[in-house]
Design a protein around this ligand. Structure first.
Ligand SMILES: Nc1nc2c(ncn2[C@@H]2O[C@H](COP(=O)(O)OP(=O)(O)OP(=O)(O)O)[C@@H](O)[C@H]2O)c(=O)[nH]1
Ligand SMILES: [Zn+2]
Length: 309
Protein backbone atom coordinates (compact mmCIF):
# COMPACT_ATOMS: atom_id res chain seq x y z
CA UNK A 1 0.00 0.00 0.00
CA UNK A 2 1.27 3.51 -0.80
CA UNK A 3 1.32 6.23 1.81
CA UNK A 4 2.53 9.82 2.06
CA UNK A 5 4.75 11.11 4.85
CA UNK A 6 3.12 13.96 6.80
CA UNK A 7 5.48 14.28 9.72
CA UNK A 8 8.78 12.92 10.89
CA UNK A 9 9.80 12.76 14.53
CA UNK A 10 13.14 11.06 14.64
CA UNK A 11 12.69 7.40 13.81
CA UNK A 12 8.87 7.48 13.59
CA UNK A 13 6.87 8.89 10.73
CA UNK A 14 3.23 9.88 10.51
CA UNK A 15 2.03 8.59 7.16
CA UNK A 16 -1.35 8.80 5.48
CA UNK A 17 -2.50 5.96 3.26
CA UNK A 18 -4.58 6.34 0.11
CA UNK A 19 -7.83 6.04 2.06
CA UNK A 20 -6.82 8.92 4.35
CA UNK A 21 -5.99 6.80 7.38
CA UNK A 22 -3.04 7.83 9.53
CA UNK A 23 -0.35 5.38 10.63
CA UNK A 24 2.73 5.56 12.80
CA UNK A 25 5.45 4.02 10.71
CA UNK A 26 9.10 3.15 11.00
CA UNK A 27 11.70 2.07 8.52
CA UNK A 28 12.55 -1.51 7.80
CA UNK A 29 15.93 -2.14 6.23
CA UNK A 30 18.38 0.42 4.95
CA UNK A 31 17.65 3.20 2.53
CA UNK A 32 20.24 4.82 0.39
CA UNK A 33 19.36 7.50 -2.07
CA UNK A 34 21.89 7.57 -4.81
CA UNK A 35 24.19 10.54 -5.17
CA UNK A 36 23.06 12.21 -2.01
CA UNK A 37 24.27 11.78 1.47
CA UNK A 38 21.44 12.92 3.69
CA UNK A 39 21.01 12.81 7.43
CA UNK A 40 17.40 11.68 7.04
CA UNK A 41 16.43 8.78 4.80
CA UNK A 42 12.78 9.84 4.59
CA UNK A 43 11.29 13.30 4.48
CA UNK A 44 7.89 14.95 4.62
CA UNK A 45 6.22 14.64 1.23
CA UNK A 46 7.84 11.30 0.39
CA UNK A 47 5.62 8.60 -1.05
CA UNK A 48 6.48 5.29 0.56
CA UNK A 49 5.27 1.74 0.36
CA UNK A 50 3.93 0.67 3.68
CA UNK A 51 3.13 -2.64 5.33
CA UNK A 52 0.69 -2.87 8.21
CA UNK A 53 2.25 -4.11 11.43
CA UNK A 54 -0.66 -3.69 13.78
CA UNK A 55 -4.15 -2.84 12.58
CA UNK A 56 -5.43 -1.85 16.06
CA UNK A 57 -2.62 0.46 17.11
CA UNK A 58 -2.10 1.70 13.55
CA UNK A 59 1.57 0.83 13.48
CA UNK A 60 3.15 0.20 10.09
CA UNK A 61 6.52 -0.39 8.48
CA UNK A 62 8.00 1.56 5.64
CA UNK A 63 9.41 -0.93 3.17
CA UNK A 64 10.45 1.34 0.33
CA UNK A 65 10.47 4.85 -1.02
CA UNK A 66 9.25 6.03 -4.41
CA UNK A 67 11.41 8.30 -6.54
CA UNK A 68 11.19 11.96 -5.54
CA UNK A 69 10.06 14.42 -8.21
CA UNK A 70 12.08 17.04 -6.39
CA UNK A 71 13.17 17.98 -2.89
CA UNK A 72 14.53 20.84 -0.87
CA UNK A 73 17.45 20.28 1.42
CA UNK A 74 19.78 22.23 3.58
CA UNK A 75 23.25 21.69 4.84
CA UNK A 76 23.37 19.80 8.08
CA UNK A 77 24.73 22.22 10.72
CA UNK A 78 26.98 19.54 12.21
CA UNK A 79 28.10 17.72 9.07
CA UNK A 80 28.82 20.24 6.35
CA UNK A 81 29.06 17.58 3.67
CA UNK A 82 25.69 16.12 4.52
CA UNK A 83 22.27 17.37 3.57
CA UNK A 84 19.07 17.31 5.51
CA UNK A 85 16.07 16.83 3.27
CA UNK A 86 13.44 19.31 4.37
CA UNK A 87 10.59 18.14 2.14
CA UNK A 88 9.98 16.44 -1.19
CA UNK A 89 7.50 16.21 -4.06
CA UNK A 90 6.59 19.88 -4.00
CA UNK A 91 4.50 21.69 -6.58
CA UNK A 92 5.63 25.10 -5.36
CA UNK A 93 7.23 27.06 -2.55
CA UNK A 94 5.66 30.17 -1.09
CA UNK A 95 7.61 32.86 0.70
CA UNK A 96 5.65 35.03 3.10
CA UNK A 97 7.28 38.46 3.18
CA UNK A 98 6.40 41.96 4.35
CA UNK A 99 7.15 45.51 3.28
CA UNK A 100 7.07 46.87 6.82
CA UNK A 101 7.01 45.52 10.38
CA UNK A 102 9.34 43.82 9.54
CA UNK A 103 10.72 44.78 6.13
CA UNK A 104 11.87 41.74 4.20
CA UNK A 105 15.07 42.59 2.36
CA UNK A 106 15.41 42.12 -1.38
CA UNK A 107 18.48 40.05 -0.65
CA UNK A 108 16.50 37.59 1.45
CA UNK A 109 13.78 37.23 -1.17
CA UNK A 110 16.32 36.76 -3.93
CA UNK A 111 18.24 34.10 -2.01
CA UNK A 112 14.94 32.26 -1.56
CA UNK A 113 14.22 32.52 -5.28
CA UNK A 114 17.70 31.30 -6.21
CA UNK A 115 17.25 28.29 -3.92
CA UNK A 116 13.87 27.56 -5.52
CA UNK A 117 15.43 27.78 -9.01
CA UNK A 118 18.27 25.50 -7.98
CA UNK A 119 15.78 22.92 -6.71
CA UNK A 120 13.56 23.38 -9.79
CA UNK A 121 10.50 24.31 -7.76
CA UNK A 122 8.25 27.22 -8.83
CA UNK A 123 8.17 30.06 -6.29
CA UNK A 124 5.44 32.46 -5.17
CA UNK A 125 5.99 35.67 -3.21
CA UNK A 126 3.16 36.50 -0.83
CA UNK A 127 3.44 40.01 0.58
CA UNK A 128 1.43 40.22 3.81
CA UNK A 129 0.13 43.07 6.01
CA UNK A 130 -1.28 45.04 3.09
CA UNK A 131 -3.71 46.66 5.56
CA UNK A 132 -0.82 48.51 7.23
CA UNK A 133 0.54 50.09 4.06
CA UNK A 134 0.92 53.84 3.58
CA UNK A 135 1.42 55.40 0.15
CA UNK A 136 5.17 54.73 0.11
CA UNK A 137 4.62 51.08 1.04
CA UNK A 138 2.09 50.69 -1.77
CA UNK A 139 4.68 52.19 -4.09
CA UNK A 140 7.24 49.67 -2.84
CA UNK A 141 4.85 46.82 -3.54
CA UNK A 142 4.23 48.14 -7.06
CA UNK A 143 7.99 48.26 -7.57
CA UNK A 144 8.50 44.68 -6.33
CA UNK A 145 5.49 43.52 -8.28
CA UNK A 146 6.89 44.96 -11.52
CA UNK A 147 10.35 43.47 -10.96
CA UNK A 148 9.27 39.98 -9.96
CA UNK A 149 6.30 39.47 -12.25
CA UNK A 150 8.37 40.60 -15.22
CA UNK A 151 10.85 37.80 -14.62
CA UNK A 152 8.10 35.26 -14.20
CA UNK A 153 7.36 34.97 -10.49
CA UNK A 154 3.89 35.12 -9.00
CA UNK A 155 3.71 37.96 -6.49
CA UNK A 156 0.61 38.90 -4.60
CA UNK A 157 -0.46 41.15 -1.74
CA UNK A 158 -2.67 40.01 1.12
CA UNK A 159 -3.78 40.98 4.57
CA UNK A 160 -4.15 37.76 6.50
CA UNK A 161 -5.60 39.74 9.38
CA UNK A 162 -8.35 41.35 7.30
CA UNK A 163 -8.78 38.52 4.82
CA UNK A 164 -8.03 40.64 1.75
CA UNK A 165 -6.51 38.90 -1.24
CA UNK A 166 -7.19 35.49 0.26
CA UNK A 167 -9.42 34.27 -2.59
CA UNK A 168 -6.57 34.62 -5.03
CA UNK A 169 -4.29 32.77 -2.65
CA UNK A 170 -6.75 29.90 -2.19
CA UNK A 171 -6.89 29.52 -5.96
CA UNK A 172 -3.09 29.29 -6.14
CA UNK A 173 -2.93 26.66 -3.42
CA UNK A 174 -5.82 24.48 -4.52
CA UNK A 175 -4.81 20.87 -5.25
CA UNK A 176 -1.12 21.74 -4.99
CA UNK A 177 1.53 20.77 -2.45
CA UNK A 178 3.02 24.04 -1.24
CA UNK A 179 5.91 24.54 1.13
CA UNK A 180 5.48 27.76 3.13
CA UNK A 181 8.45 29.73 4.38
CA UNK A 182 9.10 33.15 5.85
CA UNK A 183 11.17 34.82 8.52
CA UNK A 184 9.90 35.66 11.97
CA UNK A 185 7.13 38.22 12.32
CA UNK A 186 5.78 38.23 8.76
CA UNK A 187 2.57 36.48 9.79
CA UNK A 188 3.29 32.92 8.70
CA UNK A 189 1.55 31.42 11.74
CA UNK A 190 -1.44 33.71 11.21
CA UNK A 191 -1.57 32.58 7.59
CA UNK A 192 -1.41 28.88 8.42
CA UNK A 193 -4.12 29.39 11.03
CA UNK A 194 -6.33 30.99 8.43
CA UNK A 195 -5.73 28.21 5.91
CA UNK A 196 -5.63 25.07 8.02
CA UNK A 197 -8.48 24.15 10.37
CA UNK A 198 -7.04 23.14 13.73
CA UNK A 199 -3.53 24.32 12.90
CA UNK A 200 -2.96 25.87 16.35
CA UNK A 201 -4.23 22.73 18.02
CA UNK A 202 -1.93 20.53 15.99
CA UNK A 203 1.08 22.69 16.81
CA UNK A 204 0.32 22.61 20.50
CA UNK A 205 -0.06 18.88 20.39
CA UNK A 206 3.42 18.33 18.97
CA UNK A 207 5.07 20.75 21.40
CA UNK A 208 5.84 19.69 24.91
CA UNK A 209 7.15 20.92 28.21
CA UNK A 210 10.77 19.88 28.34
CA UNK A 211 11.61 21.41 31.72
CA UNK A 212 13.71 24.11 30.09
CA UNK A 213 10.73 25.63 28.33
CA UNK A 214 8.26 24.93 25.59
CA UNK A 215 10.04 23.17 22.82
CA UNK A 216 8.46 23.47 19.45
CA UNK A 217 9.16 21.02 16.72
CA UNK A 218 11.78 21.87 14.15
CA UNK A 219 10.53 19.16 11.83
CA UNK A 220 8.62 19.96 8.71
CA UNK A 221 4.97 19.01 8.85
CA UNK A 222 2.33 18.62 6.17
CA UNK A 223 -1.35 19.56 6.47
CA UNK A 224 -4.33 18.95 4.22
CA UNK A 225 -6.23 21.97 2.93
CA UNK A 226 -10.03 21.72 3.23
CA UNK A 227 -10.59 22.38 -0.49
CA UNK A 228 -7.84 20.09 -1.72
CA UNK A 229 -4.10 20.55 -1.66
CA UNK A 230 -1.48 20.38 1.04
CA UNK A 231 0.68 22.80 2.96
CA UNK A 232 4.11 22.03 4.35
CA UNK A 233 5.20 24.12 7.30
CA UNK A 234 8.89 24.24 8.13
CA UNK A 235 9.11 25.61 11.66
CA UNK A 236 12.56 26.70 12.75
CA UNK A 237 13.95 26.71 9.23
CA UNK A 238 14.71 30.31 8.41
CA UNK A 239 16.41 29.80 5.11
CA UNK A 240 17.25 26.98 2.74
CA UNK A 241 20.92 26.71 2.06
CA UNK A 242 21.99 27.39 -1.45
CA UNK A 243 23.93 24.20 -1.51
CA UNK A 244 26.35 23.10 -4.17
CA UNK A 245 26.02 26.12 -6.42
CA UNK A 246 29.19 26.96 -8.33
CA UNK A 247 29.99 30.62 -8.91
CA UNK A 248 29.79 30.09 -12.67
CA UNK A 249 26.26 28.70 -12.50
CA UNK A 250 24.72 31.27 -10.14
CA UNK A 251 23.50 33.55 -12.94
CA UNK A 252 21.56 30.62 -14.40
CA UNK A 253 19.32 30.81 -11.34
CA UNK A 254 18.37 34.41 -12.12
CA UNK A 255 15.86 34.00 -14.98
CA UNK A 256 16.47 37.49 -16.36
CA UNK A 257 20.23 36.83 -16.49
CA UNK A 258 19.76 33.37 -17.92
CA UNK A 259 17.96 35.02 -20.83
CA UNK A 260 20.94 37.17 -21.89
CA UNK A 261 24.11 35.51 -20.65
CA UNK A 262 24.75 33.63 -23.89
CA UNK A 263 25.60 37.01 -25.34
CA UNK A 264 28.45 37.66 -22.90
CA UNK A 265 31.83 37.82 -24.65
CA UNK A 266 33.29 35.13 -22.38
CA UNK A 267 31.37 31.95 -21.76
CA UNK A 268 32.68 31.75 -18.20
CA UNK A 269 31.70 35.37 -17.53
CA UNK A 270 30.78 36.03 -13.88
CA UNK A 271 29.23 39.38 -14.85
CA UNK A 272 31.34 41.32 -12.38
CA UNK A 273 33.77 43.40 -14.44
CA UNK A 274 34.50 41.35 -17.53
CA UNK A 275 34.47 43.20 -20.87
CA UNK A 276 31.58 42.58 -23.25
CA UNK A 277 29.23 41.43 -20.49
CA UNK A 278 25.61 41.26 -21.67
CA UNK A 279 24.28 41.10 -18.11
CA UNK A 280 26.01 44.32 -17.05
CA UNK A 281 24.81 45.89 -20.29
CA UNK A 282 21.23 44.87 -19.44
CA UNK A 283 21.59 46.40 -15.96
CA UNK A 284 22.81 49.68 -17.38
CA UNK A 285 20.09 49.88 -20.01
CA UNK A 286 17.46 49.17 -17.35
CA UNK A 287 16.19 45.77 -18.49
CA UNK A 288 17.67 44.02 -15.45
CA UNK A 289 16.83 45.47 -12.02
CA UNK A 290 19.85 46.95 -10.19
CA UNK A 291 18.47 45.49 -6.94
CA UNK A 292 18.41 42.00 -8.42
CA UNK A 293 21.91 42.50 -9.76
CA UNK A 294 23.06 43.64 -6.30
CA UNK A 295 21.58 40.44 -4.83
CA UNK A 296 23.45 38.44 -7.46
CA UNK A 297 26.77 40.06 -6.53
CA UNK A 298 26.16 39.56 -2.84
CA UNK A 299 25.30 35.86 -3.26
CA UNK A 300 28.33 35.46 -5.53
CA UNK A 301 30.44 36.85 -2.70
CA UNK A 302 29.16 34.29 -0.21
CA UNK A 303 30.00 31.47 -2.62
CA UNK A 304 33.53 32.85 -2.84
CA UNK A 305 33.80 32.77 0.96
CA UNK A 306 32.62 29.18 1.15
CA UNK A 307 35.49 28.07 -1.05
CA UNK A 308 37.97 29.17 1.59
CA UNK A 309 36.33 27.41 4.48
N1 LIG B 1 -1.20 44.47 10.28
C1 LIG B 1 -1.14 43.16 10.13
N2 LIG B 1 -0.52 42.41 11.06
C2 LIG B 1 -0.49 41.08 10.87
C3 LIG B 1 -1.06 40.44 9.74
N3 LIG B 1 -0.84 39.12 9.84
C4 LIG B 1 -0.16 38.91 10.98
N4 LIG B 1 0.05 40.09 11.63
C5 LIG B 1 0.73 40.31 12.92
O1 LIG B 1 2.11 40.11 12.77
C6 LIG B 1 2.67 39.55 13.96
C7 LIG B 1 3.41 38.28 13.63
O2 LIG B 1 2.47 37.31 13.19
P1 LIG B 1 2.72 35.74 13.35
O3 LIG B 1 1.61 35.07 12.64
O4 LIG B 1 3.00 35.38 14.74
O5 LIG B 1 4.06 35.70 12.51
P2 LIG B 1 5.12 34.56 12.26
O6 LIG B 1 5.66 34.85 10.92
O7 LIG B 1 4.56 33.23 12.49
O8 LIG B 1 6.21 34.92 13.29
P3 LIG B 1 6.92 34.00 14.37
O9 LIG B 1 5.81 33.44 15.21
O10 LIG B 1 7.81 34.97 15.11
O11 LIG B 1 7.67 32.97 13.57
C8 LIG B 1 1.48 39.33 14.90
O12 LIG B 1 1.42 40.40 15.79
C9 LIG B 1 0.29 39.31 13.96
O13 LIG B 1 -0.88 39.74 14.61
C10 LIG B 1 -1.72 41.28 8.78
O14 LIG B 1 -2.27 40.84 7.77
N5 LIG B 1 -1.72 42.61 9.02
ZN1 LIG C 1 28.55 38.53 -18.33
Amino acid sequence: MNATVYRSTGSWYDVKDETGQLWKARIKGVFKIEGLSSTNPIAVGDVVSMEIENEDTHIATIAGIHDRHNYISRQSPSHRRQHHIVASNLDQVLLVATIKDPRTSNGFMDRFLVAAEAYHVPAILLINKQDAWKEKDKAKFEEWSAIYSQIGYQIMAVSVQQGTGMDGLHALLKNKTTLVSGHSGVGKSSLLNALIPGFTLRTKEVSGWSGKGMHTTTFAEMFDLPDGGRIIDTPGIREFGIVDIEREELSHYFPEMRAVLQECQFNNCLHVNEPGCAVKQAVSDGSISPDRFASYLSILDTIKENEWE
